[in-house]
Design a protein around this ligand. Structure first.
Ligand code: SF4
Length: 66
């Protein structure tokens, strides 16, 4: 499984991650990113969503690791 994490110190709440990948990321009460699913299967649609969100985060706050 691949692990999804967000560095809250980097996240400023643009919201691009949860706009593009709402099954993996959501907003917390302040509009910052909240991880909805912290593990995804390699090659899955959820991995594709997680990577889409990560690639579109202007702060590079989202980390995907195995
Ligand atoms: S796109 Fe990046 S900075 Fe914006 S809410 Fe998502 S993780 Fe935070």
């Amino acid at each position: 499984m691949l692990r999804i994490a967000v560095d809250q110190a980097q996240c400023v709440g643009h919201g691009r991650c949860y706009a593009l990948a709402p099954d993996v990321f959501g907003p917390d009460d302040f509009g910052h990113c909240e991880i909805l699913i912290d593990e995804v299967a390699p090659g899955s649609m959820m991995e594709a969503q997680a990577r889409l969100g990560a690639q579109n985060c202007p702060e590079q706050a989202i980390v995907i690791s195995d």
